[in-house]
Design a protein around this ligand. Structure first.
Ligand code: 6PG
Length: 249
């Protein structure tokens, strides 16, 4: 296995382990470089992790050195109920001393999703001082996984799965009849560390197919996340891991 698998008892332990990893990596990066760059996941799984980081553990995180991005965003305004930014702001960012300039959200209120993606790509290029063709290297990327094996907004059968040049694209997702902005696989796979957070028995079949199945990766996009020069940790609770043949030692 070219990834680490850690099976935890339940969603609560998933958040505790993820928070400990997050804080450890944040402090390590902040001490080494003065910065910690993280691309956060949307969805519901990480919400309680963000609340935990903003709560009892908040004092342990180097908020001043932290720069927060998102792996993807919905094409809605930042105060919309479906906004990943809004979820993260309410759960964490509104409660911690992170400088506002360190929060790099998609300007998803813009009418044209392609402009939103282009602008976010420029934000990455500027922040990471990228030359043409260079990739940003996040210290940490947090990802979730949907029942269909999607991650970020890289859904099965969508154009973004094949993007190898752009850093961020507007990806048309038929099932939502909407665009979603998403970082592309080259960016995700250039991270120093990627942590998948997966919880719940309903995902057990997909977890098995993604981690142990032979199906075409494009059928389960999460399989395509393989950091070339980085660490890949699957944090999975017992219910979501119940169909795995391989159990970590
Ligand atoms: C999003 C996420 C998406 C999410 C999965 C899992 O914008 O929703 O980027 O990839 O991580 O859909 O979502 P849950 O954690 O809600 O199951």
């Amino acid at each position: 296995m070219d990834f680490e698998l850690r099976i935890v008892a339940n969603a609560e332990e998933l958040n505790q382990v993820a928070a400990a990893e997050f804080i450890r990596q944040a402090n390590e990066a902040a001490q080494e470089t003065g910065l910690f760059t993280v691309a956060l996941s949307g969805g519901s799984t990480p919400k309680n992790l963000y609340a935990l980081l903003a709560g009892a553990l908040s004092w342990q995180a180097p908020w001043e050195a932290m720069h927060v991005f998102w792996g993807d965003e919905r094409h809605v305004s930042p105060d919309h109920v479906d906004s990943n930014y809004r979820m993260t702001y309410e759960a964490m960012l509104s409660k911690v001393p992170i400088p506002p300039a360190n929060v790099h959200r998609y300007k998803s209120e813009q009418t044209d999703a392609h402009n939103v993606a282009d602008e976010y790509e420029q934000i990455l290029c500027a922040f990471f001082h990228l030359s043409p063709g260079q990739l940003p290297r996040f210290d940490l990327v947090l990802l979730g996984m949907g029942l269909d094996g999607h991650t970020a907004s890289l859904f099965p059968g969508t154009a973004a799965l094949h993007e190898r040049q752009r850093l961020v694209v507007a990806n048309w997702v038929e099932q939502f009849n909407a665009y979603r902005m998403t970082m592309t696989f080259p960016v995700l796979n250039n991270a120093a560390c990627v942590i998948f957070l997966v919880s719940g028995g309903e995902k057990a079949e997909t977890v098995h197919r993604v981690l142990e199945g032979e199906a075409l990766p494009a059928r389960f996009p999460a399989r395509l996340v393989r950091p070339a020069h980085g660490r890949l940790l699957w944090l999975v609770d017992k219910d979501a891991a119940r169909l795995l043949a391989v159990k970590p030692r």
